[in-house]
Design a protein around this ligand. Structure first.
Ligand SMILES: Cc1ncc(COP(=O)(O)O)c(C=O)c1O
Length: 453
């Protein structure tokens, strides 16, 4: 059977794929949905051979760049050897998963050393929430069930992950009631701080302590946090030591969601490394497989894991049939080997000042409220007015800005309020220049079309 033409393919996609984040409903508009055919380094190439500079690192995933033959070959070889080995019902694991687990135990800080595998970040968050509940149920304080989460945080779209996410893009009244475990606390966002104007008074951290007291420490099982929120929101230096100390004092497990920030994104192996933050559970996803295979994981400390040993009834009650997958593990292992061999973590740290300095030039636009970055993670907040900080627009503005950027050769989306930028860790200075010049044009267009006059 002959391959379908591009028009046929786009028709099939528009008629039958239920995409997330947008409707792509207009069958007649050929520009509203593209078909990516190939990836090379920091570029994605479409059916007509047009090249797009990937400013999103394939949705935060692609640390090592697109088109790595080494990963493809490792996956191919593993598929020929053994495509799957089961996930625990039979008493077998497989070699790539054993090697990957040792590698993760070596890379992660402190005594995080025991890895539970899933196929996505959201599933890893789900698993972490269940580990927390069972951990306390089998310990001294079985009444602990609440999970603190921060406003505007994003931990995934599944029901449990949604129940502990503060991102309004995830939460909708349609899904209420959510699972009754989540208790919201404020984010630590210097640009939109609720507590201080000017000098930081650490009100955001103190309000967590106040919430713990109000809710009753004996009811709180865990707090889930992104060490650096994915909008490149960096808390004040005292913040993480204070939160870690509160958790220790109240027997609250600290879950660090490093789905976005792990493996060099912020210029260190893990986002929490900037403060020597050692969590009790670390959640991984995205960059763990660089998008070459779907993978998520929870890494637990020895102390947490030991609570699940002894009587067979203490065994963790959580499983994913396709977890511990040898093909997925070999892709992740090869990805981590490339990150290590090519010193991509150090490279991200070295490239960070140049990346920042180029993005800073966008401040000149009247629609830019804030430019934040750490490592190769950045966010440009778009506002109608720099003084009031009113967001520039919603989904419709976002759709138009997205179209403008794509037409100008950027692999990128915008929801209307911000540009979230996280290229592959191999990006060069020339590619940063190209990317920033397209943002510059886009912001000129935004000023003309959407800003207050
Ligand atoms: C911080 C964070 N945690 C969890 C998730 C969920 O990961 P996934 O989309 O792989 O389920 C995301 C997704 O964007 C994320 O940004």
């Amino acid at each position: 059977m002959a391959d379908p033409s591009y028009d046929e393919l786009i028709g099939q996609a528009k008629d039958h794929i239920w995409m997330s984040h947008a409707q792509f409903r207009d069958r007649e508009d050929p520009t509203s949905l593209g078909i990516a055919m190939k990836g090379e380094g920091c570029y994605v190439i479409d059916h007509q051979g047009k090249r797009y500079l990937d400013a999103t690192g394939g949705s935060h995933c692609c640390a090592v760049g697109h088109g790595r033959k080494e990963i493809a070959e490792a996956v191919y070889k593993q598929m020929l050897d053994l495509e799957f080995s089961g996930s625990g019902l039979v008493p077998f694991t497989n070699a790539p998963t054993a090697k990957l687990s040792k590698k993760l135990a070596q890379l992660t800080p402190g005594n995080l050393s025991r890895v539970f595998y899933t196929l996505s970040g959201s599933e890893a968050v789900e698993a972490a929430l269940k580990i927390v509940r069972q951990y306390h149920a089998q310990g001294d304080n079985p009444k602990k069930y609440k999970v603190l989460y921060r406003n505007y945080s994003h931990h995934g779209y599944t029901w449990g992950a949604m129940s502990v996410s503060g991102d309004p893009a995830i939460r909708s009244p349609i899904f209420e009631p959510t699972i009754p475990m989540g208790v919201v606390v404020p984010e630590a966002n210097p640009y939109r701080c609720l507590y201080c104007t000017g000098t930081c008074n650490l009100g955001c951290a103190r309000s967590i302590e106040a919430t713990i007291e109000y809710e009753d420490p004996d009811s709180i099982a865990a707090i889930i946090v992104e060490p650096i929120a994915k909008g490149a929101v960096v808390p004040p230096p005292e913040y993480w030591p204070m939160v870690r100390e509160m958790c220790d004092r109240h027997n609250i497990l600290l879950i660090a969601d490093e789905v976005v920030t792990a493996f060099g994104r912020t210029g260190t192996w893990f986002g929490g490394d900037h403060w020597d933050l050692i969590p009790d559970l670390m959640v991984l996803g995205k960059t763990l497989g660089s998008g070459y295979q779907p993978i998520g994981a929870v890494v637990a400390t020895d102390e947490v894991f030991e609570r699940f040993l002894g009587d067979p009834d203490r065994t963790l009650i959580q499983s994913h049939t396709l977890g511990n997958h040898p093909v997925v593990s070999v892709a992740a292992l090869t990805n981590l080997e490339i990150i290590e061999r090519e010193n991509l973590v150090e490279r991200a740290a070295q490239m960070a000042p140049y990346f920042r300095s180029q993005l800073e030039t966008l401040q000149e636009h009247s629609v830019v409220g804030d430019v934040r970055s750490i490592g190769l993670l950045a966010e440009v907040e778009l506002v109608k007015d720099k003084g009031t900080k009113e967001p520039l627009g919603g989904k419709e503005v976002g759709r138009k800005l997205t179209r403008f950027m794509v037409d100008n050769g950027l692999y990128m989306r915008c929801g209307g309020e911000k540009l979230s930028i996280h290229p592959s860790l191999i990006i060069t200075e020339e590619e940063i220049n190209e990317m920033v010049s397209i943002f510059d044009k886009t912001l000129t267009y935004a000023e003309r079309e959407f800003a207050k006059v």
